[in-house]
Design a protein around this ligand. Structure first.
Ligand SMILES: *Cc1c(COP(=O)(O)O)cnc(C)c1O
Length: 356
């Protein structure tokens, strides 16, 4: 029995799944995780909180995760309340729910590439057509061209990733505002890496009050150092949250997830404490790579896109052979390295030096 022998949807035939390799090597710099896990005291507190709810695991969780949403709203600020915030198992599930509610058969979603590979995968998985718009040579988005592309294709959903993955590029609020104005449907600003942006970079949250069709998504997987918890969230008009209630599975967010996320939020000073050090490490690696004559995209995230290599696969493999796993992603010739600990970055530099 092979996959193609199954009566699978025609539009899924020949597709490949999301596949960042999960290889057990000493230095893992390929999926943009925060390299610093929780402290021993926070581990104890998380375990204690989970222990506290374990006796009630015979009961379904709070279906609307209200306490968690209230606390996420407080974290985001901007005067947001629980009714404007929604949470799910990673921002990928949030994005899937958005596509289920606002995409679907006969509808289309558009993104500006190179960008996050999951946007087209989630879009097509939700039986929605994917339209690929282009970014400029510096990986920014030209608002005039973007507006023209939106007017031509009239997408039901527009994705803007800021800071962008895999390039690290942040968008100015005026670009986002122009696109929101032109878009006939929903605009999703994926801010998975917002906490790593350079100081002074405004969030698209500032545009929410005037734009009921704008959705800003965030995650605890990156800066918050909680990728294993699977907690993503969004801020939007309360009517958007009502739309998502129509498609979400009941009790989608387990009691354990809600509990762990709330403890993490309460300890955000510790969990986000490494962000400044990671940004400094990022800026240092940008300088180091440029000093070696390499091309490096400006980054507002916890990773750096660099190149250009005639044979990027050979460089990726050379690093892996030396125990350093990075990501072969982005336009041809580019590679992406996530920012790890000081020791991990030293290992990356030593390995790359040997290869170059
Ligand atoms: C990592 C990432 C996410 C996060 O996904 P989760 O499901 O929250 O772990 C979302 N958007 C982008 C652009 C990312 O790079």
């Amino acid at each position: 029995m092979k996959l193609e022998d199954l009566p699978i949807r025609d539009d899924l035939r020949g597709r490949t799944p999301y596949g960042a390799p999960q290889i057990d090597v000493p230095v893992r710099l390929n999926t943009n995780e925060n390299p610093y896990g929780p402290s021993a005291s926070l581990v104890a507190e998380l375990a204690e909180a989970v222990r506290g709810v374990t006796a009630d695991l015979n009961r379904y969780p709070d279906r609307d995760a209200l306490d968690l949403r209230r606390e996420l709203a407080a974290y985001l600020g901007h005067g947001l309340a629980a009714e404007q915030v929604w949470a799910a198992n990673g921002s990928n599930e949030v994005l899937q729910q958005i596509l289920q509610a606002f995409g679907g058969h006969g509808r289309a979603a558009m993104g500006f590439e190179p960008s996050y590979s999951m946007h087209p995968i989630i879009t097509t998985g939700a039986s929605t057509e994917w339209i690929s718009g282009a970014r400029e040579d510096d990986f920014g988005i030209d608002p005039g061209k973007a507006v023209a592309a939106i007017e031509e294709h009239r997408p039901d959903v527009v994705f803007l990733t800021s800071p962008n993955n895999p390039t690290g590029t942040a968008l100015g609020p005026e670009v986002i505002a122009r696109i929101v104005e032109a878009a006939p449907g929903m605009v999703v600003v994926d801010e998975a890496y917002f906490e790593f942006a350079r100081t002074g970079t405004p969030s698209a949250l500032t545009l929410l009050p005037d734009n009921p069709r704008l959705i800003v998504t965030r995650t605890m997987s990156k800066a918050f150092a909680m990728a294993g918890t699977r907690l993503g969230y969004l801020a939007a008009h309360p009517a958007v949250v009502e739309a998502l209630l129509l498609v979400r599975l009941p009790y989608h967010l387990s009691t354990l997830t809600q509990t762990a996320a709330r403890v993490a939020l309460a300890h955000r000073a510790e969990l986000l404490g490494a962000v400044d050090a990671l940004r400094a490490e990022r800026d240092a690696i940008v300088d180091w790579l440029r000093a070696r004559g390499l091309k490096v995209a400006d980054s507002d995230a916890n990773f750096v896109l660099f190149g250009l290599f005639p044979d990027r696969r050979a460089v990726w493999q050379g690093l892996l052979d030396r125990g350093v796993l990075i990501r072969e992603v982005g336009p041809p010739g580019w590679l992406r390295v996530s920012i790890g600990t000081t020791e991990e970055m030293a290992a990356f530099r030593a390995a790359l030096e040997e290869i170059l």
